[in-house]
Write a protein of this length. Structure first.
Length: 390
């Protein structure tokens, strides 16, 4: 009982004891992080370029996800912000199940729309043209970039759980020109638009060549920024170089997601800025834009909202269209993260149920539905249309 009371009181610490600020770590923690990053790169290089050691789990595309699981358990144990802990639990579980176990155990292929390329289903969350990618775009429009960049992306997972010793570098420098550098990502976004167009065209030397070039332009910075973390921070890739983050960021702007800011209660303590890994000038932006922190940069981690000592920040998304009074502020987010609360015990059960259904669906698809070409015809037939017209 006493322990529970202590735990609860720790969750509402005063500003000077907040736990979401980036820590400073000893050399061996940073060294361990760089070794893990290098190992993930070696797995990718071995499977993609060198084929030197076959494709064991310790040196293939799944090596990164195994490292996320191991380091993730460490970070979840060490995390002091309950909402961030909950996010890390979901993030590590999602990457482990959706990106590793299902593609590994049930390597079923998801059809592209308009292109005959093939990828295991869940990694195609990031692949333009796939059905799951379009569903993700809808979800991001309704709930914000956090759907992927906060809770589902292996990139954010490895950079948060392995790259955590370099979090403080995200805040160096904090100048206006550094903030302007965020626009670099639109160059990658234009390359990505080119890839989308190439996918809608018949496959030929030009489209195949461009898609290969685009894949390289994504993969090389993705892995190179692992090792650049001591200089550009653990979120350098997400901030400046990710074409998918730019796409989701665009939907952040046009969709329902934003952070609401209440100037009357804000003390301008700057804590929301200090905890933000994307370097967003949170309260200043809210002040300048009539209480709306509406930016393509926000990956919805919730650190600013859950740490604001005066509850001056709250999430806003599609749920507020239905319930305008819904106030997703510090108290609500922290209460949602309280796993001991009786009302919230169904959530892990629901999560496990959804994952079980996904696993079953993956198994059914891979064993019963069959090839890439059969699914559209089956959907066609389900609509009552003759398959011969497909
Ligand atoms: S910005 Fe890109 S790499 Fe980073 S979390 Fe979002 S989708 Fe993943
Ligand atoms: S919004 Fe909250 S955390 Fe940010 S400056 Fe104001 S009081 Fe501080
Ligand atoms: S503005 Fe807040 S929710 Fe968005 S990335 Fe920064 S800390 Fe996270």
């Amino acid at each position: 009982m006493e322990a529970t009371r202590t735990l609860r009181s720790q969750r509402f610490m005063p500003v000077d004891q907040q736990r979401s600020l980036a820590g400073h770590y000893r050399w061996w923690v940073k060294g361990l992080s760089l070794i893990a990053f290098s190992w993930a790169i070696a797995g990718w290089l071995n499977e993609t370029w060198f084929y030197g050691f076959g494709s064991p789990i310790g040196l293939n595309r799944y090596t990164e996800y195994a490292l996320i699981l191991v380091f993730g358990l460490w970070r979840i144990h060490a995390e002091k912000n309950p909402y961030t802990r909950k996010r890390l639990i979901f993030l590590v579980a999602n990457v482990t199940v959706l990106w590793w176990l299902i593609p590994w155990l049930f390597p079923f292929i998801e059809p592209y729309v308009g292109y005959l390329g093939m990828l295991p289903a869940f990694p195609s969350l990031h692949t333009p043209g796939t059905i799951s990618f379009f569903l993700v775009l809808v979800a991001v429009f309704l709930f914000g970039r956090r759907i992927i960049c906060g809770w589902n992306c292996p990139c954010v997972a490895i950079r948060e759980v392995v790259g955590f010793p370099f979090r403080h570098i995200n805040h160096v420098p904090r100048s206006a020109w550094a903030w302007r550098l965020r626009h670099i990502k639109w160059f990658w976004f234009i390359l990505y638009l080119g890839a989308m167009i190439a996918m809608t065209r018949p496959s030929n030397n030009i489209t195949t060549g461009y898609l290969g070039f685009f894949a390289l332009m994504v993969a090389l910075p993705y892995f190179a920024t692992f090792l650049l973390s001591p200089w550009i921070g653990n979120r350098g890739y997400c901030r400046f170089l990710c074409p998918y983050g730019a796409t989701f960021g665009l939907l952040n702007r046009v969709g329902a997601f934003r952070i609401d800011y209440h100037a009357e209660s804000c003390t301008q303590c700057d804590l929301c800025v200090k905890v933000c890994d994307m370097n967003i000038p949170v309260w200043k932006m809210g002040l300048a834009h009539q209480g709306r922190v509406d930016t393509s940069e926000c990956m919805g981690c919730g650190r600013c909202v859950t740490e604001c000592p005066t509850k001056s920040l709250s999430f806003h998304d599609a749920r507020n269209w239905i319930r305008p009074a819904l106030h997703q502020d510090r108290e609500r987010l922290r209460a949602l993260a309280d796993w001991k609360h009786i009302d919230h015990r169904w959530r892990p059960a629901a999560f496990i149920l959804i994952l079980t259904i996904l696993l079953w669906g993956a198994d059914y698809y891979s064993t019963q539905v069959g090839t890439l070409g059969e699914l559209p015809a089956r959907l066609w037939a389900l609509c009552g249309l003759p398959v011969s017209t497909w």
